[in-house]
Design a protein around this ligand. Structure first.
Ligand SMILES: NC(=O)c1ccc[n+]([C@@H]2O[C@H](COP(=O)([O-])OP(=O)(O)OC[C@H]3O[C@@H](n4cnc5c(N)ncnc54)[C@H](O)[C@@H]3O)[C@@H](O)[C@H]2O)c1
Length: 359
């Protein structure tokens, strides 16, 4: 019964007010450890009944625990990662005294596990164009009202010729933060400094002799400068995505991984520090554009609350579906080549700008 109730509550079911029972709390037994049976948070706005008062949970994200701290102004409820739980805090256990807000559409989606966009035949060119048109419209609206778009991107963006288009989006003010790993920055600057991406000449599309060493030379050059910002200041990097981020004050965060060469001095090899930095840059995002990085897209998806629109572009339908499994109605999946997607997106934005000019 408790299990069924837990599932219903996750779908947004609430007890009638007269039957609502306060949340059961237990103390944090050890720093970074939750009591057994702790309630696992979701991406949906959540309230918790502490004593006789419903309080809104802050820092909503999935896969956390709800920690309650008592202050002079009353109790505060916050979603916290297990590692951040501290002695002196109480944690909600079970699912009594929890209510989540779910839209009717997201419930239907979660219960049928249907990703309607995929079902509608995403791979046809016409369909992709229609979705890109919608995304271009959203980007334009968000930029014009001073909103926030966060892009998370992998090195495939560079390998598929998408760098010039992503650079364009940054220069035109459509991107307010960039999240990635070592590789996107390395290959972007390889292209900027040596004209290749992973040793492939980006103009001619052929591998160049000794090209597999290019990215290591680039890493070395940036390490000598001390940071990407300094490499731009010193005129070592004069174009590309990272250059445009520096020039247009778009903050970026590069999370390390076990695959990384170098790494670049900017790449955060302390993953706790990297996760915190990602979360900081995601704060207040209206839309997250996830471009061909399974690792970073799923990581970002897990720390993003419901209500933030997510667009995931990947050539592998399984990656897109994995993101949609959050059950969030705000997710849009586009199964296509990321270089083509970015090229179409920039074309659509040009069209919109043309229309605006006529008006
Ligand atoms: N030299 C290096 O330091 C180096 C090189 C590569 C990766 N890495 C690091 O490894 C980690 C994982 O890298 P990742 O994010 O690239 O790998 P990933 O496997 O997590 O994601 C790559 C995604 O790109 C998709 N993809 C492939 N071709 C595509 C195309 N043409 N269009 C659209 N999508 C396409 C794949 O389906 C996959 O989902 C990152 O931290 C990265 O920085 C480091």
């Amino acid at each position: 019964m408790a299990e069924i109730m837990g599932q219903l509550i996750d779908l947004g079911a609430v007890h009638p007010p007269e039957d609502a029972t306060p949340a059961v709390l237990a103390d944090v037994p050890l720093p970074g450890v939750a009591p057994d049976d702790f309630y696992v948070s979701t991406i949906y706005p959540t309230e918790v009944l502490v004593g006789s008062t419903w309080i809104k949970v802050q820092n909503q994200r999935m896969d956390g625990a709800i920690a309650i701290t008592h202050t002079d102004l009353g109790p505060i409820a916050r979603c916290k990662l297990l590692r951040d739980l501290a002695i002196g805090e109480s944690v909600v256990i079970g699912s009594d005294g929890i209510r989540t807000q779910r839209s009717a559409t997201s419930i239907k989606k979660a219960s049928t596990e249907e990703f309607s966009f995929m079902g509608a035949g995403v791979s046809s060119e016409r369909r992709v164009e229609l979705v890109v048109e919608q995304i271009a419209w959203d980007l334009r609206q968000i930029r014009d009202r001073g909103g926030k778009v966060v892009v998370t991107a992998g090195p495939v963006v560079i390998h598929t010729g998408g760098a010039q288009h992503l650079s364009h989006l940054i220069r035109e003010g459509y991107v307010q933060a960039l999240l990635g790993g070592n590789a996107i920055a390395v290959h972007d600057m390889e292209q900027a400094m040596m004209g290749t991406s992973l040793g492939v000449d980006m103009q001619r599309g052929v591998s160049v002799h000794g090209g597999h060493r290019h990215h290591l030379k680039v890493i070395n050059a940036i390490r000598r400068c001390g940071s990407i910002h300094k490499a731009v200041e010193q005129g070592i990097v004069t174009q590309g995505i990272m250059y445009d981020c520096v020039q247009h004050q778009v903050p970026f965060s590069l999370a390390g991984s076990i695959r990384d060469d170098g790494p670049l001095p900017d790449t955060k090899m302390d993953l706790i520090e990297a996760q915190t930095d990602y979360a900081r840059l995601l704060e207040g995002a209206d839309l997250v554009l996830m471009l061909s990085s399974m690792l970073h897209s799923i990581g970002v998806g897990n720390m993003t609350p419901a209500g933030v629109k997510m667009v995931c572009v990947d050539i592998n339908p399984a990656v897109v579906t994995k993101l949609s499994d959050r059950g969030s109605i705000e997710s849009i999946g586009v199964v296509t080549d990321v270089g083509l997607f970015l090229s179409l997106l920039v074309q659509q934005l040009h069209k919109l700008t043309g229309n605006y000019a006529k008006v």
